[in-house]
Design a protein around this ligand. Structure first.
Ligand code: PMP
Length: 352
């Protein structure tokens, strides 16, 4: 080993789901199967590319304002970034600087562990119970900060707001981040608690309900004090995080509430139908409140089924990691895509 190797920051990176370039039924990375709002398409067509000569607005002004209006908060309560991954990473860097371990579930978004390792933040995973539920009492001990998604991923299980509030209330001395990537398909958001708890940050994304994973837009909403700390870290890292196209398209997407709500309704409808269809062919599904379903079949090996599906052009996500070796995560596609999935599954299982 060369001497300089000692001084290199080594990380085991997060592994994103595959993005196959050929045409497949893509149910593997929780994207939205429907296009973004037509207002986004219009704005992009009209975009003045001469603006590309210039750096974008570092404050992301119009996008921040649109989000503030949508969520009935002040502009200084909103922080935007390049997908919620960027926002969450900034939150780790900014808020998790204790020597005590941060806490998050053992089965959850696998990026948390990667950021903790990258930034050298001590962490301790808290075991989900036998039904894959978060045990709130596990978060009542001394810690350096808390993060969990609600609904959790990849389980898709949503915990009621009272449950979330109990965790926030029990931890006034640390920052609690609620990662709400999938909240639009679920229930009440922790945004309702923003004014009540000064240690709360809520993070959401345009990648799921707003159909814009490719534009990379995420945001945090909190009180002005914590948002200022986040911005200070951001401006010390990269002032121009959001590109001009993302700023314009994101702003238009937020303004189209009707399209947003209609898209959510369609996904939920397909999800409930798909849960029922899966159950009818013997799958055991965790109760999903997201745009995906975490499922296992007692009679079929998940890895074999996953590989067979892939060979047939149907991509879902499979990890094979401890406790979830027999589970796969299926993103909700269009009704037609889901019909294709069921045609395949029924054939595979010899269902008449
Ligand atoms: N949080 C959770 C729980 C997720 O599943 C994802 C999607 N991979 C993200 C955050 C990040 O999404 P994005 O960066 O596209 O906003």
């Amino acid at each position: 080993m060369r001497a300089f190797e000692n001084n290199i920051r080594k990380v085991e990176p997060y592994v994103p789901g595959e993005q196959p370039q050929n045409k497949v039924i893509k149910l593997n990375t929780n994207e939205n199967p429907y296009p973004p709002s037509p207002k986004v398409t219009e704005a992009l067509a009209k975009m003045d590319t001469d603006r590309f000569r210039l750096y974008p607005d570092p404050t992301c002004g119009p996008l921040v304002e649109a989000l503030a209006e949508f969520y009935h908060v002040d502009r200084d309560q909103v922080f935007v970034g390049v997908g919620s991954d960027d926002v969450l990473s900034m939150c780790f860097l900014t808020f998790f600087n204790s020597k005590k371990p941060i806490l998050f579930p053992d089965i959850t978004y696998s990026f948390y562990k990667v950021w903790a390792e990258l930034y050298r933040i001590p962490y301790e995973c808290q075991r989900l119970d036998g039904n894959f539920r978060i045990v709130k009492e596990d978060y009542y001990k001394e810690n350096g900060g808390i993060i969990f998604p609600n609904p959790n991923a990849p389980t898709a299980i949503y915990e009621e707001l009272d449950f979330v509030e109990d965790i926030i209330r029990a931890n006034p001395d640390v920052i609690v981040i609620v990662d709400e990537a999938y909240i639009d398909f679920a229930g009440r958001s922790a945004l309702e608690l923003i004014d009540k708890y000064e240690n709360l940050i809520v993070v959401q994304t345009f990648s799921k309900a707003r159909s814009m994973a490719g534009m990379r837009i995420g945001y945090a909403i909190s009180n002005p004090v914590l948002i200022k700390y986040l911005n200070d870290a951001k401006y010390s890292f990269n002032s121009y995080t959001m590109n001009q196209a993302a700023l314009v398209c994101g702003t238009e997407a937020v303004k189209d509430r009707e399209y947003f709500e209609e898209g959510i309704r369609k996904i939920i409808e397909t999800r409930e139908w798909a849960k029922d269809r899966l159950a009818r062919i013997g799958f055991i599904c965790l109760d999903s409140s997201a745009n995906f379903i975490f499922a296992m079949h007692p009679d079929y090996d998940a890895k074999e089924l996953f590989e067979e599906m892939k060979a047939n052009g149907i991509y879902v996500r499979y990890w094979g990691s401890e406790r979830i070796e027999q589970y796969m995560r299926i993103t909700i596609g269009t009704r037609e895509e889901m019909e294709e999935l069921f045609r395949f599954l029924e054939k595979y299982m010899g269902v008449k």
